[in-house]
Design a protein around this ligand. Sequence first.
Ligand SMILES: [Fe+2]
Ligand SMILES: [Fe+2]
Length: 179
Amino acid sequence: MVNGKGRILHPLLNNSVDSMSQLDDVSNNLSPADRQIIDEEHERLEQFLHDLRDTCENFSAHGNCYHCSRAQVATCQGRLTSFFYDFLDLVAEHFENEERIMSNTLLIADDDQYFRQHQAEHARLIREVRELMYESAVFSNQGNPSEAIRRLFLKISEMFGEHAHAFDSAFLGEKTNHF
Ligand SMILES: [Fe+2]
Ligand SMILES: [Fe+2]
């Protein structure tokens, strides 16, 4: 969001903050190599989530697992378990890299309101993803990994889409709902 003076107005902050004026040209300061790292990590996270969704044959039909074979249910349960570990690791690694790149790119990042809020949002997302995984594991353990996969996919897509729109796009200099 940009005001009449070309200054970024952050959607989650209620006014134009002086320290945020650094963001005006920050995407120009982002090196192509750093930009590539962030873009590739965003794509990998999105692909991971889509692969999880595609594991479930009932995803679109909003069905459950009670018509699937035991072998298929076991496959989905196994995929979910590895997703829990791998996705959280990937997210943590991405947030760490994004924050490192941000702090190098924003000259006085330690004192920057946008940087600190972005960092706090990353920490909150990690907590929410972990919580969501605990909740989803219950469905999976009850023999209905389909419900677990659906909840994870929809909720994580929504949370990360909002984060990309509200935070990453200000830093990357683009309007995007992709993460
Ligand atoms: Fe971010
Ligand atoms: Fe990101």
